[in-house]
Design a protein around this ligand. Sequence first.
Ligand code: FAD
Length: 405
Amino acid sequence: MSQPKIVVLGAGYGGLTTVAKLQKKLGVNDAHITLVNKHDYHYESTWLHEVAAGTLHHDRGRMKITDLINSAKVNFVQDTVTAIKPDEKKVELTNGVLEYDYLVVALGFEAATFGIPGLLENAFTIGSINQSRLIRQHIEYQFAKYNNESVQKQERLNIVVGGGGFTGIEFLGELANRVPELCEEYDIDRSKVRLINVEAMDTIMPGFDPELIEYAMNSLEARGVEFKLGAFLKECRPDGITIEQNGVREDIPTLTTVWAAGVRANHLVEESSLEDNRGKVEVDANLRAPSHKDVFVVGDCALIWNKEIDRPYPPTAQIAMQEAEICAHNLIALIKGGELEEFEFINRGTVCSLGEKDAMGSIFGGKKLFGWSASVMKKVIDNRALFKIGGVGLVLKKGKFNIFG
Ligand code: FAD
């Protein structure tokens, strides 16, 4: 192989971290690296709930890809991947075809709607800058419209968030802070606004320590969030939803349902001939597709089994970035010679934001954090992610330093 062609699909946490390490460790003549992404910017997926709530401007959460890569070593192609053809060693894009010697699939997640009637058509999802910006605009429009009608419609002020996992709870934390501002701005009594969380399990944040869960619920309830636990979303309509809780059905009028209760891997993975398990590729220890050793899969498109609890690891940015480090190492080893490394997840803990100044989580082998200290830790984690993809410069430009309010 003269100059191997590496194609990286997706400039999210997985793809960009892979490219950051490749461009650092490989010389200009070692490989021909191409990064493909549908937008000319990278966005911090883990900040999208803030954009959706309107507490963070979308430009704070995104950055031009050409500012993050070394264009002498990496060729950036702004295009949409339409098909992955591993048997032919090529990738189809809207505007062309790319051939590769090594492929990295890092195309991230999509919302999973589990066939719930009307959900796909009528609910919003927090999956990209565009979707998040739409949610922010939509909510603000409902507040603006409320006092401009002869009959005021309560459904404009009822906001339903489906799912009490990470995304749903972080979004509610931001919304609970944003709603009083919107009420002030549009002359609406705060008590008229309902923030409703619908969760099918009998707890929010399943898998978290009960003390942390209780803290999160108290914090959100104190700011007006209503929890409907053990409640199944049965239908989503343009003007309302139906839930079933303890065998009783209830209709909730709302023009705003945000579905945050499930993600799946990018559909292109399932449509390719890479093995799939729940729509993902169950990668080998070196993060390669078992059937195609020239294809690496990282982030939310990859499935790795956590043997300790006999379940797959959840899709997180933390895992995506750790996988990307190993993926880049292994690509370099294949090209320049060296030992392949096996992926082993190092749990650095998880912190769930509950708004600008509140959070909860556990770090360093289980130490629990609540409130201000957790929210400072959350900012440290966010800044660390920026550092990984763009160094100190990006941290200084986009980082979160507002720790005293
Ligand atoms: P992504 O980061 O989603 O990147 C995928 C990239 O591929 C995107 O740039 C996308 O535009 C691009 N792309 C997609 N389709 C195509 C196509 N067809 N053609 C070209 N380009 C395409 N994880 C944590 O660890 N901690 C958290 O606190 C946390 N909070 C979260 C909060 C929210 C609101 C959300 C939505 C997620 C959160 N997550 C968190 C999960 C985390 O964001 C994901 O696990 C992570 O983004 C996965 O990284 P990835 O590289 O696989 O995909």
